[in-house]
Design a protein around this ligand. Structure first.
Ligand code: ARG
Length: 461
């Protein structure tokens, strides 16, 4: 019975391959709870509209509860010939309660069913991610508070620029994560309309109540256009884009941890719990968790790209390509959840090494701008000229192998006679950070004020 044109190389005919490419049950079984919840809401609405009898409704309800208990206990059976979670469940319902099972699918299609299930799943995923990101923010705030006045070098071009406080640096990531959370929550608001009742694509002739099912499933309203309802995957893309943006932030922080843990920097040491050794080099202590957070971020962006590519050419309404929407979302969610948890753990347990940070800031002439600013303010020198004078001071300190504030007043006067004793007060890294007291600046007072705001937002004390 294999095809006359190409059947020679098939032992079973094309059906085995068709079954395999068509089956989504290996991954969409993950939607089983949402599928049962959607079915129950639909069922109750059908009964209340007298589309099916209360008696059949009761049978179906008990059947669905039994199936849910079975899935919870033993997992969802993977029958490829039944394709997907919707058909596996419907078939099981028929086995359990007989022909009444066939009434559940009245005024419904798998197209609106899967859109509903997937929205419910993504909504839960957003809530989980928000919890994880909140925990990460708390960890950042706690460590920032410990280090509100810890001086470290701030970088531009990864070259030492100006001294900053470690608390300020950590709070920068707090801000990024705040935006990530708001991005996810925007997506959550936007997705919260129920596609259920859009049926295959055109709506249904049955007298259904879409408002009732929307409400029962926690949606704000039913969707307004049946075609859009079954072909919209914006919510999944919103999720993936938010996940990608979050992953970028996690990856940048991971990159910094990796750099900081490297011996020439030595700004942090990672706890054993988040490091690994080498099988050949006994001295090694590798920042694998941070590297994998950085690595995962690339895969998350890849998941986003996968769904963009899937969706971009699809005509209205449903096409089977859309079955491919779930694996990238599931994968991205799993990777992101793990990355957030690993980053939270690392932030909580990192040992910062303030002496090394301070030394590096001093050795890098990070207060050069403060000297130039002093020349402008105290000696009335134009900034460009001050910049030049300061450059000579840096060159001298570099030649002598000392910090800028270790230059003697005679040395400084030799460079420019307008310099006097009072310059010493601005050349230390502590004076430098304390002076940057503009709103949102790195001064410990500013950092502490922002930490207080953050704690209020997070509901901490
Ligand atoms: N398993 C399918 C999916 O995930 C369900 C919808 C199937 N609809 C259809 N017309 N074949 O997209």
């Amino acid at each position: 019975d294999s095809n006359a044109m190409w059947g020679g190389r098939f032992s079973e005919g094309p059906t085995a391959i068709m079954r395999e490419i068509n089956a989504s049950i290996p991954f969409d079984k993950r939607l089983w709870q949402q599928d049962i919840a959607g079915s129950k809401a639909h069922l109750k609405m059908l009964v209340s509209r007298n589309i099916i009898t209360a008696e059949d409704g009761q049978k179906i309800l008990e059947g669905l509860d039994k199936i849910a208990a079975e899935y919870a206990e033993k997992g969802v059976p993977e029958d490829w010939s039944l394709e997907d979670i919707h058909m596996v469940t419907e078939k099981r319902l028929a086995d359990l309660i007989g022909s009444a099972a066939g009434r559940l699918h009245t005024a419904r299609s798998r197209n609106d069913q899967v859109a509903t299930d997937f929205k419910l799943w993504v909504r839960d995923a957003i809530d989980m991610v928000d919890k994880g990101l909140t925990a990460l923010q708390m960890a950042l705030v706690i460590r920032a508070e410990e280090h509100a006045a810890t001086v470290m070098p701030g970088f531009t071009h990864l070259q030492i620029a100006q001294p900053i406080t470690l608390g300020h640096h950590l709070m920068a990531y707090y801000e990024m994560i705040s935006r990530d959370r708001s991005r996810f929550s925007d997506g959550r608001k936007r997705l919260n309309q129920s596609p259920l009742g859009a049926a295959a694509l055109a709506g249904t002739g049955f007298n259904i109540d879409r408002h009732q099912t929307a409400k029962a499933l926690g949606f704000d309203a039913p969707t307004a256009n049946s075609l859009d309802s079954v072909s919209d995957r914006d919510f999944a893309l919103d999720y993936l884009m938010s996940a990608t943006q979050t992953a970028i932030h996690l990856s940048r922080l991971a990159e910094e941890i990796i750099i900081w843990a490297s011996q020439p920097y030595g700004f942090v040491s990672l706890p054993d719990a988040y490091s690994t050794g080498s099988s050949i080099m006994p001295q090694k202590r590798n920042p694998d968790a941070a590297e994998l957070v950085r690595g995962h971020s690339g895969r998350i962006a890849g998941c986003m790209n996968a769904l963009v590519m899937t969706m971009k050419g699809l005509p209205l309404a449903y096409s089977k390509d859309m079955q491919d929407d779930k694996p990238p979302v599931f994968e991205a969610h799993d990777l992101l959840s793990l990355a957030i948890a690993a980053m939270t753990g690392m932030i909580e347990t990192l040992t910062f090494i303030p002496e090394k940070m301070r030394k590096t800031a001093e050795a890098g002439f990070s207060t050069a701008t403060d000297l130039a600013d002093w020349l402008v303010r105290q000696a009335g020198i134009p900034f460009r000229e001050a910049h030049h004078i300061t450059g000579s001071a840096v060159r001298l300190a570099e030649t002598k192998g000392i910090a800028l504030d270790a230059l003697s007043i005679e040395d400084l006067k030799a460079i420019d006679p307008r310099i006097d004793e009072s310059v010493k007060a601005v050349l230390s890294v502590d004076a430098s950070v304390a002076s940057r007291n503009s709103y949102g600046g790195t001064a410990p007072d500013q950092v502490r004020a922002r930490i207080l705001d953050a704690k209020k937002t997070l509901g901490l004390n």
